[in-house]
Structure formats: C-alpha cells, structure tokens
Design a protein around this ligand. Structure first.
Ligand SMILES: *Cc1c(COP(=O)(O)O)cnc(C)c1O
Length: 434
C-alpha cells in the first residue's frame, strides 16, 4: 500500500535505535487510543493471538452484567421481544458493514464449520450436473472436513479437489484458475489463510469462477476485522466467518454467514429449523422458509454469546477498516523488518508473504524448534503467540490493541529465548491447545 515512506524511515532508525523508533511509531499512531477500550490487566503481557481469540473489550464487561442481570434476570422471556429475536440480523448487519455486505445479507448463527456445511451444500444443489468442488491445501482443516460431509450427504457424487500450494505460503492462484471449468460447481477458499496469512484476490478469483458458471464461498474467519473486504464489489456469492478472532466476540461466540441478496430465495437451508420459518410462532407443522437470509438460521441462538459480539464490532466500525488495514500493514511490515535483522540470523524463516497486498494481519515465523520456542515465550517471557504445525510460530497483529513497542518487545524476547536456549526444556512437550 502507501506506507513506503514510513517504512523507509523506520528501517533506518531500527538499525541504530530500535526502541526509539517503536515509540515514535506509537506516538503518531492514530488508532493508539483504542487500546484503552480493552481490558488489559497485565501491561507487560504481549498478546499476539488475537487472530485466534481476540481480547475482551471493556464495553463487553458491562454488557455481560446487564445482559445477565437485566435482560435475563429481570426481563425473563419478555426479552425475546426486547431485542433478542432480531439480534442475529441486527448484529449480522453490523458485521456486514465491516465486510462490504448490504443490510439483510448477513446473519449470525452456529459455528463457521456448520455455516460452511449449510452454504456449500445448498450451493452444490444449485449447480446440478457439475461435480467438482475446488479448494486449496492452505484451507482450514475443519472446512475440508465439513466439505467432506457435504459430499457424503449428497450421495458421494462430487469430488473435492484440494489444489496444493507450491511453497505452503502462497495461494496456488494460477493452478486454481487453470482447474476452473464447466465441471466446477463451487470454489471455496479461506480469503486469508490460517497458517501463512496469504490474502487471496477476492475480486479476481470470484470473477474467474463466475466466468465458468461456478459459485464462490469465501471463509472470512481471518479477514473480518483484519482486512477490508468488499463482498458487494466482488459480486461474492456466499461467505462465512468467525466472530471470536479479530471481531473480539469472545470464546465460542457464534459465527456469521453471508448470502448475496439475489441468491437468497433460490437457496435453501439444508438444516432447516424454526428460526428460519416464515412465522415461527404459528407452529405450522410444515416448513415454509422466510424469504430472506434468515432462512439460514436453524435453532435458538446462544443469546448471551451472540450479544457479546456487538461491542467488538462497534469498536472496529468506529476505527474504520481502512485505518485498521493501514496500521496492520505497517505493523506486520515492521515485524518482518525486525525478523530480517534480528531473527533470520538465528534460524527463523518467514512463512508469510512479504508482499503487503497479499498478506493478512498475522505473520508466521518458522523455526525447527518452533514449538519449544512458542512454549518458552508463553511460560517465561509473557508473550503469547500460537503454534501451528509443523514449525509455525504465528504472531497475530490486532491493530486495535497492539502497539509497535509490543512488536519490538516480542521480537527481543523471541531473540532472547533462542540465544539463551530457554526453549530447549520445552521441546517435545505439546499441550492440547497450541
Ligand atoms: C477459526 C476458523 C474456523 C473456525 O471454525 P469454527 O467452526 O467456528 O470452530 C473456520 N475456518 C477458518 C478459516 C478459521 O480460521
């Protein structure tokens, strides 16, 4: 993007005095004030896992209190008529503003995996006579499992083609283009891939799929709240995504799904339920779906968890995705620059795209002793990244609460772990969740 001037400036200062340069960058950061809007109880802890579980917005703490005590405790069943019933659409519309959807195209429901199942299955039914689903091997495994279930549910008449990435970092764009043809029913990809953080060109690939008559389903789990998405401009058909990563919705918060308006009436929910019924409280014995995106709702939403998504989304709307992206590019660029100077000499490789327009908001660093380093960072150094097999230390940059000083400190601490060999005692010691 357009941060070339800044990058050059910081590169020069990093060489001589890194500490000064990080605080200078922080001093002119227009989003710096957003950090105070999150509950940060230990200022020394550097949290670089907002791409897995976002931090807790301060406003959410108050909302929990009122949702439990007032809405549930006092309002009881009446609260369904006081905002609960419409919450999946209302909060869906707000998420929609972050991803370039129009009002009435996004609802919050279920988990990303379940939503992917629902939308992929109905998409395949829309393309009878076509038997191929195209995806890549950078995709999130749960997405592939879900697609396997879709194929099985439709009687094993489709093939799932998983196009391999040549280097495990960059999306196999040319191979995907080459395989798109009149047999392709559906192209489905993670817009930003979970390991390397590769960012696909949504506009170009959606167009390519449409040219052969295929539908496209984007997984926005690592995009929503991290990179600007314009579903409308891309003419995207379908999308799903997570709310507990960069949206800061809280552990296990329900996911969202998007269906372009002109497709809504022709697509059906393969897991129909009363929340998608035209008039759920008529208790009709036969199912008649509502005409809009709500037909993709199934059962009763987890109201408390659903309501908690809103404060994090509001913060992102207030900050604006353009500014979030500008800061994210500066910060991941800064991190890569520090990697080059301080970590590459210690055996770390860059497992994310160097080219900013093709990079999401996390940076993966590879190291043959990566898991030990990850555990030493968490247990001894107050840095929380995460680890993805085989050797990726993932450093998630959530611009609303990460400072340049955090990034610089994290790199110093990484450097120290390896220089002092602190990671050695953790090798071969994996916890269940990494
Ligand atoms: C995190 C993530 C998911 C999570 O799916 P759940 O069903 O919500 O557990 C799915 N897809 C991608 C690409 C992800 O990054």
């Amino acid at each position: 993007m357009n941060s070339g001037g800044d990058d050059r400036g910081s590169r020069a200062t990093v060489m001589t005095s890194p500490i000064e340069s990080a605080s200078e960058l922080d001093a002119k950061d227009p989003l710096a004030g957003f950090r105070r809007r999150f509950l940060i109880d230990d200022p020394e802890l550097i949290y670089l896992d907002g791409n897995s579980l976002g931090r807790l917005p301060a406003a959410t703490v108050e909302l929990v209190e009122s949702a439990v005590k007032e809405q549930w405790g006092k309002g009881l069943i009446r609260s369904w008529n006081d905002g609960w019933f419409e919450a999946p659409e209302r909060i869906g519309d707000k998420i929609g503003r972050l991803i370039g959807a129009r009002s009435g195209e996004v609802v919050v429901a279920d988990s990303t995996t379940v939503n992917l199942f629902k939308l992929a299955l109905t998409a395949l039914k829309q393309r009878p006579g076509r038997s191929r689903i195209l995806t890549d091997d950078l995709n999130f495994p749960s997405d592939l499992y879900s697609l396997t279930g879709v194929v099985e549910a439709l009687g094993d008449r489709h093939s799932l083609e998983v196009v391999p990435s040549a280097d495990g970092i960059n999306g196999p764009v040319e191979e995907i283009r080459a395989r798109l043809d009149e047999r392709t029913a559906l192209l489905t990809l993670s817009h930003v891939t979970f390991k390397s953080g590769y960012l696909y060109d949504m506009v170009a690939l959606t167009r390519a799929a449409h040219e052969v008559g295929a539908l496209v389903l984007w997984d926005l789990s690592h995009s929503a709240g991290a990179v600007p998405v314009d579903l409308e401009a891309a003419r995207a058909d379908l999308a799903v995504g997570c709310s507990y990563k960069y949206l800061n919705g809280g552990p296990g918060a329900p996911a969202f799904l998007y269906v372009r308006r002109d497709l809504q009436e022709s697509l059906t929910n393969p897991l129909p339920g009363w929340m998608g019924q035209l008039n759920p409280f008529a208790f009709e014995l036969s199912y008649q779906p509502v005409a809009d995106v709500r037909r993709f709702l199934t059962g009763t939403p987890p109201i408390l968890s659903l309501l908690m998504i809103e404060p994090g989304v509001d913060l992102l709307l207030e900050a604006g995705m353009r500014r979030v992206r500008e800061k994210s590019i500066r910060q991941t660029g800064y991190l890569i620059e520090l990697w080059r100077q301080l970590l590459a000499p210690l055996g770390f490789s860059l497992n994310s795209p160097e080219n900013a327009p093709r990079r999401g908001s996390h940076v993966s660093l590879g190291h043959s002793e990566g898991l030990g380093i990850d555990l030493a960072l968490i247990r001894e150094m107050k840095v929380i990244p995460d680890f993805r097999q085989p050797d990726n230390i993932r450093l998630g940059i959530a611009p609303l609460y990460i400072s340049f000083s955090d990034i610089q400190q994290a790199v110093w601490r990484l450097h120290e772990v390896v220089e002092r060999g602190l990671h050695r005692r953790y090798l071969g010691n994996a916890p269940v969740v990494t």
